[in-house]
Design a protein around this ligand. Structure first.
Ligand code: FE2
Ligand code: FE2
Length: 186
């Protein structure tokens, strides 16, 4: 039972996270079309990936007896505001935001893959295939970051901590359940 609930929550939080990512990239694309046209191809490709990821997690819900998160509006509005503010800081703001969000996502996907191994092969394969695209977003942004000063570090840490906070708020009970279930195998 605990395992089932933890698996259902993985699908739920990932679906919400993908929705947040859609909103971040949508806001940044809106700004890029006006001010940084050179960023449009990356942002529109990435937005396309996140839309596909979100739909895949939505499809994975019914068979795992779960539904979209009740605070989707929080993820959506938070994502949009984050996307707009960082794009207002210029191209470096976009790359810092992408790198911070995608690195956080990557860490969580790694934990989830470890948990799902030998538990839910279908979901494991789904996350595994998505992870390759998330890593390509991360690497694309990392390669373009030139800002390394205090402001850049502050932006990175603020985004990382707020992303972790939203994930923690959405999953805290299940994260500790996952950790507990993982214990004997670690
Ligand atoms: Fe994604
Ligand atoms: Fe991504």
């Amino acid at each position: 039972m605990d395992e089932k609930r933890a698996t259902a929550r993985i699908v739920k939080v990932n679906h919400a996270g993908e929705y947040g990512a859609i909103r971040i990239y949508r806001a940044q694309l809106w700004m890029a079309r006006r001010f940084y046209p050179d960023l449009v191809p990356f942002l529109s490709d990435t937005l396309g990936h996140e839309i596909k990821h979100c739909a895949l997690f939505r499809q994975a819900m019914p068979s795992r007896q779960t539904r979209p998160c009740r605070v989707m509006a929080l993820w959506g509005n938070g994502g949009y505001v984050l996307g707009l503010i960082t794009a207002l800081c210029g191209r470096q703001g976009v790359w810092l935001c992408t790198a911070a969000v995608e690195a956080t996502v990557h860490r969580h996907l790694e934990d989830q893959l470890q948990f799902l191994q030998n538990r839910d092969a279908e979901l494991f394969n789904l996350i595994d295939s998505i992870q390759a695209e998330e890593l390509s977003h991360l690497h694309h942004a990392e390669e373009r970051i030139e800002a390394t000063g205090l402001l850049a570090k502050t932006i990175t840490w603020t985004i990382t901590l707020s992303t972790e906070a939203v994930i923690w708020l959405s999953t805290w009970r299940d994260s500790s359940r996952m950790a507990k279930l993982l214990k004997p195998t670690v």
